[in-house]
Every structure is written in C-alpha cells, then in structure tokens.
Design a protein around this ligand. Structure first.
Ligand SMILES: [Zn+2]
Length: 139
C-alpha cells in the first residue's frame, strides 16, 4: 500500500527497532511507496511512519531492493556530499564513503537470512543515508 512520507522529527529521530520476518507487510508498503514516488531513489521504514529497521532502494536497473536490519560494517574513501532528503526541506552536507560493506537480512520463504554485500558509488551513498535513517539520524 502506498503511504505518505512523513516529516515528523519526533518519529524520524527515534532509532528503529530490529525488523523481523513479521514485518513483510511494512517492506511491501515501503516498496510500493518508493515506486510511486518519482523523486525517491530510496526510503527507510520510519519515513512511512514505522520505526523498524527496513530500507528499500532502486538498483541500477531501477528495481527495488529491500534490506532488513542493514548495518555498515566497513567504509572506505570518505568524501563530502550534499544530500537531499524527502523528509527534510533543505539539502545538507555530510561525510559519505565511496566504498562500503553492508550486512543485512533478506526475507526468504518466511524467514530472515543474513547477507553481506560490497557497494560503491551512488547506491552505496543511498544505503548510507538510509542506514542513518534507521539510526534516527537525519542529514
Ligand atoms: Zn532521508
């Protein structure tokens, strides 16, 4: 279901709880909302009002990728970035990393399975922004 994107800092500044396999519907709402929003390349669940650690982003084929409980385990090559956020009015400066390693869970046959991925460039930057959202941080 397509949800409204929220800007309420009281919600957005709370660290998100770990997501479980029971949150599949939240993940689906996140994907539906991401695909319905032309300005969005990624969303975190708290941006649709659910404080669970789930993110979704569009890959290089514009297909949605969902990560449950994403965590950045390694980050290399810092650079200064200016980022916009759908939940904020103004863009802001932040340090990002060109290369990251992420651990996360995927939902397979009703169970969460852990995965690891190396990412770089624009998608790595999106994931860093979204992991910040999961931690209750805003740019
Ligand atoms: Zn944001």
């Amino acid at each position: 279901m397509i949800k409204d994107i929220i800007t309420d800092e009281a919600v957005l500044s709370q660290p998100c709880e770990p997501a479980t396999a029971a949150d599949a519907e939240v993940a689906q709402d996140l994907v539906d909302t991401l695909l319905a929003n032309e300005e969005a390349a990624a969303l975190a669940a708290n941006q649709i009002g659910v404080t669970k650690a789930i993110i979704a982003y569009l890959n290089d084929k514009d297909r949605p990728v969902v990560m449950y409980n994403p965590q950045i385990t390694q980050a290399l090559k810092p650079f200064p970035a200016v980022e916009a956020c759908l939940s904020r009015e103004e863009a802001a400066g932040v340090t990002r990393y060109k290369w990251i390693r992420v651990s996360y869970d995927v939902l397979l046959n009703g169970e969460l399975m852990s995965r690891k991925k190396k990412m770089e460039g624009w998608q790595a930057q999106l994931v860093q922004h979204m992991v910040d959202h999961c931690n209750g941080e805003l740019v």
